[in-house]
Write a protein that binds this ligand. Sequence first.
Ligand code: PEP
Ligand code: MN
Length: 274
Amino acid sequence: MSDSVRRIEFRNCQIGGSELVVMAGPCAIESRAQIFQAAEAVAASGVRFLRGGAFKVRTSPTAFQGLGWDGWALLREAADAHGLLTVSEILDEEQIERGRRYVDLAQIGSRNMQNIPLLKALGRSRMPVMLKRGFGCTIDEWIHAAEYILHEGNPDVMLCERGIRTFETATRFTLDVAAVPIAKQRLGLPVIIDPSHAAGKRDWVTSLTLAGVACGADGLLIETHPDPKVALSDGPQAVVLAEFGALVDQARRVAEALGRSIAVGAPARVAATA
Ligand code: PEP
Ligand code: MN
């Protein structure tokens, strides 16, 4: 299965081969201490990407909106200190141009999956992109959204299944694991699983991670926080850093049972060319 997808290579990192890539960190960058603690712990687990949002798209305008540019500077600093790459959500064209020194992999959030001007701008930018599935969108609509980026000339696109809205309320969203093999077959691009936003509660994150790996995911995007009780966003679904290593170990065992592995060790970051 893994052989059938395009390998995306940037900054000394490969996504879409036999190795799965793990991206982890807090939902939002909240402070220097928080992001440095997260970076240290995820690097110790062999993870390659540090995640963290600086421009948050929150359901309520009164919820924490992120630290903005200062947040991205902290993300870069913490990642560089531990040899990690960064993934963070980008909201508009200005953020693509000014943000590329801070963000190695541009995340398009679920609420922006059909923001066509943003998709086209990322297509022109040639920045590696991870396109999250809109929680109310079909696999077909998701694939067409990815095609907007591809058609502008950017081949470095991967998809991310993060759960869709169904009648079920026990979880925050319903993780559509079938989307992994379907999207891989239809588009030939790597698919990442985000078990955190689907679960909405840390108790279910490990199980959904393992299901995603079993279904052929090429990577994992997982929210972790040094102290989820005081997290400013998505605390209930954040895996405690102390438990994160065990989650990665279990994912590795499932990957190995399927003849795959989990990429270990932070790659040396090659300076951005643009
Ligand atoms: C996130 O990754 O923190 C996020 C906001 O995700 P989504 O766009 O999938 O809701
Ligand atoms: Mn989040």
